[in-house]
Every structure is written in C-alpha cells, then in structure tokens.
Design a protein around this ligand. Structure first.
Ligand SMILES: Cc1cc2nc3c(=O)[nH]c(=O)nc-3n(C[C@H](O)[C@H](O)[C@H](O)COP(=O)(O)OP(=O)(O)OC[C@H]3O[C@@H](n4cnc5c(N)ncnc54)[C@H](O)[C@@H]3O)c2cc1C
Length: 265
C-alpha cells in the first residue's frame, strides 16, 4: 500500500471540501472494496477522507411513500430493520444476501453504489425500485446513475449522502450467487410499482441494467408465466470463469420467474 494522508472530518461539508481539495482523494466508507484495491495497488489515493464518524450519514427513515437510507448505513442494519422489512421486505432481504456477516457489518449502501461492481446486489434494488440518489452536489435518478463497469454518474469529489427508495406494491429479489464470494452471478429485482413493473438485473452486464421486454410482459400480466418462456439474448452479457454469457442469459429468465413468484406470495 502507498502512503496517503488520512482525514476524519466530523461533517459532510468538511468531507466534501477535503475530497475536492486534493487531486486524488478517495472517500472511505466501510473499506470493503477500497482497502483491497489499495492493497493490490489498483488504487493509490493521495488522501483518504473517512466518513466513519459522520453520524448524519447513517440511518433509516420511512414515510408513507418511501424508505430513505443514509449512505453510511451498513448492510446489516438494513437487513435487520423492522421498518424496512415492513415497507420493502425485498430490500431488507437483499441486504441480508450480501457477502457474509463481516462484510454486512462493515459494507455500506453508499460504498456499494459508488463502487458499481457489476455483480453487486444493491444496484439491482436501486434500479428496480427507481430510487433517487442524493449527493453533496444534487440528486441522481437511478436510471441515469450506473454508467458502466465500476463507473457511475458521480463527479470527482461528489459524496453520496442518502438513497430514497419508493415503496412498491410488491417486489422481490432473487440471486444465483457465487458460492465463494456470494456476489451475484445473476440477480434479478422485480418491482410492481403500481404504475408499471420494473425489472433490474445485476451480474449479467458491465453494470446493473433494466429489461424492457420483461417489464412490458409483466406490466401486461404480473405472473411467472409472463416471463418463463422469454429468451434473453446473450450478446454483450458477461462471460468469465464462473458462467458463460449463455448461462447468464438463461439465469436471468429463471431468477426473474422466481422473483415474480416470491413477490406474489
Ligand atoms: C468478501 C466480500 C464479499 C462480498 N460480497 C458481496 C455480495 O455478495 N454482494 C454485494 O453486493 N457486495 C458484496 N461485497 C461488497 C461489499 O458489500 C460492499 O458493499 C462494497 O465492497 C463497498 O464497500 P464499502 O461500503 O465498505 O465502501 P468502500 O470500500 O469504503 O468504498 C468503495 C468505493 O466507493 C467510494 N465511496 C464509498 N462511500 C462513498 C460515498 N458515500 N459517496 C461517494 N463515494 C463513496 C469509495 O471512495 C470507493 O471508491 C463483498 C465484499 C467482500 C469483501
């Protein structure tokens, strides 16, 4: 690991100022991805801005229409929240499927979204529910946030402060996980919003993506048979030692069907 300056601001304005001041500053959330990248020398920031002591950035608020979660809220907190379980059970369940207990105790919502790992779970919920991401520079609609492999719409120095998830009529997330890391080989989030159905997939492409064909079929009839025979094209899907593009395409249909079944229960 290279030497770096370590900063521990007590509020988000100071954090944003510190992040903007240095040429190559990195925000530190739970360190679950960043520290590994630094150890492997894939990242060598000059400055680390640790959000760990900024209390305002963690916490969960639920109202009649939405669930708002602070960027520094750990996955374990979302998994265990009675309020999230009641308002959007699929979101609490998704948080509980991330990695193992240690990872869930340290990993954060903001870190997971800023990192935009192609196999991460939260991006599927953010896209599937049509969430709004609030940052130190404004807001981002989910549909315009994930830009590519480890790439988002965040500008240099921009810090995610919270994410607001609209409460759907019903929703579910199903993932076919990598048995070692538990990242998604394919994960599908299905949400019946009341004004149409949204289907978001993670693990299959460079970043989370929506499936218009499935959304159309499920908006016409929200039932497993609406997607069970839909064949997803494998062109452009990820292929690696874990699964071929064709297998991932097949898994999308299987996971989508299971998610619809679960959402209907
Ligand atoms: C063994 C292991 C297994 C895992 N399994 C899964 C899994 O099954 N599913 C899954 O989805 N994830 C999984 N993860 C990822 C993990 O859950 C974290 O969500 C992810 O690593 C981000 O970690 P973090 O929140 O600690 O952020 P960090 O590692 O601290 O930061 C990650 C990146 O986001 C930036 N960042 C952090 N917070 C903010 C913010 N508020 N605003 C702007 N930028 C920010 C950082 O600068 C950095 O570039 C796994 C990780 C490990 C180590």
């Amino acid at each position: 690991m290279h030497a770096f300056n370590y900063h521990r601001p007590s509020n988000v304005n100071d954090a944003a100022a510190l992040a903007a001041k240095s040429v190559d500053a990195k925000i530190l959330a739970g360190g679950q991805s960043l520290v590994q990248a630094m150890k492997l020398r894939l990242a060598a920031p000059t400055d680390i801005v640790d959000l760990g002591t900024i209390k305002d950035l963690a916490g969960i608020k639920v109202d009649a229409k939405s669930v708002t979660i602070g960027a520094m809220t750990r996955h374990a907190e979302v998994e265990g929240s009675a309020e999230v379980k009641k308002a959007i059970p699929a979101l609490a369940a998704l948080a509980g499927m991330i990695g193992d207990r240690q990872v869930r105790n340290m990993g954060t919502l903001g870190g997971a979204l800023a990192n935009s790992d192609p196999a991460a779970d939260y991006p599927a919920a953010v896209l599937g529910l049509g969430a709004t991401i609030t940052t130190t520079k404004g807001t981002h609609a989910a549909d315009k946030f994930f830009k590519g492999l480890y790439e988002t719409a965040l500008r240099p120095g921009e810090i995610i402060t919270s994410v607001s998830f609209p409460i759907p009529k019903r929703a579910a997330y199903m993932k076919f996980k990598n048995q070692a890391s538990r990242f998604a080989i394919v994960g599908v989030f299905v949400a019946d919003t009341g004004a149409g159905v949204r289907v978001a997939v993670t693990g299959a492409g460079p970043c989370a993506l929506r499936l218009a064909e499935m959304e159309k079929a499920l908006s016409a009839k929200f039932a497993p048979e609406s997607v069970a025979s839909l064949k997803i094209k494998s062109d452009g899907l990820n292929a690696d030692l874990h699964a071929s593009a064709e297998y991932r395409a097949h898994l999308i249909t299987v996971m989508a069907k299971r998610a619809v079944e679960a959402a209907m229960k």
